[in-house]
Design a protein around this ligand. Structure first.
Ligand code: TYM
Length: 336
């Protein structure tokens, strides 16, 4: 067994965005060369049904996430890529863990508050219990490292607490503490229309994000229309970004896609106008994303091929998950 177990996932709730790519997927690929690690990447379809969704598109959206993982560079031979709902151990462990998850803590989750909106009374139990399922996703593999974007940090803290509660209550050193791995500069990519709001697959405005399915013309159009500010010159240092969230976001995206430091970006654009930044950003975005988009489209043209990859690649995950649940039941004193 490897010393490091890396686990992460994305919801097939809509097309993936540049935020998902830079905040998570790109980092998964860079972690994959670690020989000492076992990597597990799931498609979180059970999470995707906690909010309104279309049953007619769920299966294909699931394939599209798998295609994005592979096109983005996750190698199904080195990592296990699988669909959460296909491995019943996730749901079973969630039930066991729900007995040690406090409602008060779940109520404080920012994502629950955002998604439930004003009418939390009418929110579904699934949306409320979402972080417990996420803890189960992680703990069922006894994962040690969880590479995610900044917005998942609070859920990970809860997973750590649930793991400790289990270990303490049953006097067993069973679950390791999963470490959040929040890597790189673009841990929170912001909306192209509002630099204070996270770029999100669920934003009603498609102009707010770059989707991994967007073609070069669409990317160019969205960057051209991206919100900026009225200052005549672009800043050349961190202090100059103060109060300029949109520029900070475009700088961050540029640095992450180009693989350069913020200092290089400051040096490149200091004193120039917004058009220079938008032009250069379009070029690097298209250059970086086009091969991914193309490969995704090729994979999606053969759904049976993706299904075969998902089936072959999920065995390792299923085996580990089943063993953990059997052991957890034993520790908790169940018959059998
Ligand atoms: P999801 O589908 O919302 O997002 C998938 C990943 O993308 C990251 N991300 C971002 N990073 C930077 N900037 C952004 N604007 C941005 N938007 C999204 C997220 O942080 C995440 O890493 N609950 C999870 C899915 C999940 C999961 C898990 C993750 C279910 N079980 C177990 C890790 C471990 C979610 O909804 O991610």
């Amino acid at each position: 067994m490897s010393n490091k177990i890396i686990l992460s996932g994305m919801q097939p709730s809509s097309h993936l965005t540049l935020g998902n790519y830079l905040g998570a997927l790109k980092n998964w690929v860079s972690l994959q060369d670690d020989q000492d690690a076992q990597s597990l990447y799931m498609i979180a379809d059970l999470h995707a049904v906690t909010q309104n969704y279309d049953p007619k598109v769920l299966a294909n959206a699931t394939r599209e996430i798998a295609a994005a993982y592979i096109a983005g560079g996750v190698d199904p031979k080195r990592a296990s890529i699988f669909v959460q709902s296909q491995i019943p151990a996730h749901s079973e462990l969630m039930w066991l863990l729900s007995t040690m998850s406090q409602m008060g803590k779940l109520e404080r989750m920012t994502q629950f508050k955002d998604k439930a909106g004003k009418n939390a009374e009418r929110a579904g139990l699934g949306l409320f219990a979402y972080p417990v399922l996420m803890a189960a996703d992680i703990l069922v593999y006894r994962a040690t490292h969880v590479p995610v974007g900044e917005d998942q940090k609070q859920h990970l803290e809860l997973s750590r607490e649930i793991a400790s509660t289990f270990n303490t209550r049953y006097d067993a050193e069973f679950f390791p503490q999963p470490e959040p791995v929040i890597m790189g500069d673009a841990t929170r990519v912001m909306s192209l229309q509002d630099g204070t709001k996270k770029m999100s697959k669920s934003d009603p405005s498609d102009k707010s994000r770059i989707n991994l399915t967007d073609d070069a013309d669409t990317i160019a159009r969205k960057i051209k229309k991206a919100k900026t500010d009225a200052a005549p010159e672009l800043p050349g240092d961190v202090a100059g970004l103060e109060g300029r969230p949109e520029i900070k976001n475009l700088y961050t995206i540029y640095a992450a896609l180009k693989g350069v430091s913020m200092d290089t970006v400051f040096a490149e654009f200091a004193g120039k106008g917004n058009a220079a930044l938008k032009g250069a950003l379009t070029e690097v975005a298209v250059e970086h994303l086009s091969p991914i988009t193309q490969r995704m489209a090729d994979l999606m043209a053969d759904p049976a091929g993706i299904d075969a990859i998902l089936r072959d690649s999920s065995d390792t995950a299923a085996e580990i998950a089943e063993k953990t649940v059997v052991k957890a039941r034993e520790i908790m004193g169940f018959w059998g």
